[in-house]
Design a protein around this ligand. Sequence first.
Ligand SMILES: Cc1cc2nc3c(=O)[nH]c(=O)nc-3n(C[C@H](O)[C@H](O)[C@H](O)COP(=O)(O)OP(=O)(O)OC[C@H]3O[C@@H](n4cnc5c(N)ncnc54)[C@H](O)[C@@H]3O)c2cc1C
Length: 404
Amino acid sequence: MAEFSMELNEDQRTLQEWVHGFSENVIRPAAHEWDEREETPWPIIEEAAKIGIYSIDFLASAFGDPTGLSMMIALEELAWGDAGICMALMGSSLAVAGIMSNGTPEQQIEWIPQCYGTPGDLKLGAFGVSEPDAGSDVSALRTRAVYDEAKDEWVLNGTKTWITNGGIANTHVIVASVDPELGSRGHASFIVPEGTPGIRMGQKFQKMGIRASHTAEVILDDCRVPGKCLLGGKEKLDERLARVREGKRAQSQAAMATFEATRPAVGAQALGIARAAYEWALDYAKERKQFGRAIIENQAIAFKLSDMKVRVDASRLLVWRASWMAATRKPFLNGEGSMSKLYASETAVDVTNDAIQILGGYGYVRENPVERWHRDSKIYTIFEGTSEIQRLVIARSISGIHIK
Ligand SMILES: Cc1cc2nc3c(=O)[nH]c(=O)nc-3n(C[C@H](O)[C@H](O)[C@H](O)COP(=O)(O)OP(=O)(O)OC[C@H]3O[C@@H](n4cnc5c(N)ncnc54)[C@H](O)[C@@H]3O)c2cc1C
């Protein structure tokens, strides 16, 4: 019988301390500045690249942990420092995930390093799915990819929106329709390499939170990429489309499973924000005196902190469970990936809100980071599937009914 333990192993503890140190000493002190500047924090990314956190090796070794926990631990610590900077460091991994899930081994070797670069020559990746009329409903996307056989090139046209690192990335991974009649089963992913004509940044968005992470439209206007930029290759695409046209189900279940497996990583970041806010509020409540006693001596405050701590720890358990299930290839029979993202993100919104309440006026001003943490937390209930979409996934999984 396998031994059960909830203790981290030595490698995981070392990783946690190392990432926490970087977060505490480099990320957190810089967080306010980059939130105000609303720009990609290049000097911080450079620091992270120098010590190996912004690198393919880091991603590979953290995701390579057979228990599934290492990446969750690292993301919690990074987001504890600052969620916007964490997103600036992790945005390229979205492109890597797109290449990993659809690319051939040769494509992975060629393109993944181009999403990161090296210290002194940093690169960014971006993953573009969402469009103005296709957010939760990805099947509605309109960006078209048409094959020009004579030149062995794909021609991409369309507008992507809300894209992390959009337009400033060196490598864009773009999801486009090759056969609009087939809905999401007619989609394919394309690499748009650095310097390709026909791709440009549209509007850069000014956001409520995670403002150190760049978010913009990406406009594709007769953007031509070589045939080799179709992830997975043409032969595989043709076979897949033929199967769909014959009425056989094609891979949509596999795609859903991939999504489910990446959701704990989003939950882990929300958890990092929630923990930061809880810790800050706890310290403050012990220090702040009103009516001649520390405010924590009032049940109204102490009970709030109790509830915050319970939710932070419950979020971590859900995130770790889902990530462990994904790493050990256990099927998500009840939408466990969605559960972790849903619970951790809503916890982050509520806990940061409670932290502001505990700090009173001091929580509402920029002198303290809790107002920023509250602003940052909200995005986690929206991107990578809104809370409503997570509930839909869970509801369908537990009921077996196609709930709308
Ligand atoms: C900062 C930021 C970064 C992002 N980064 C990326 C990125 O890198 N790449 C990328 O491709 N996308 C990215 N996105 C897009 C993000 O994934 C979408 O915003 C998200 O999927 C929601 O889509 P939407 O905004 O169009 O909302 P909509 O889909 O229009 O939803 C609006 C509301 O309707 C609800 N709703 C929709 N359908 C249903 C339903 N069936 N049942 C119940 N309720 C429903 C939603 O839950 C939501 O409350 C990013 C977004 C932001 C804000």
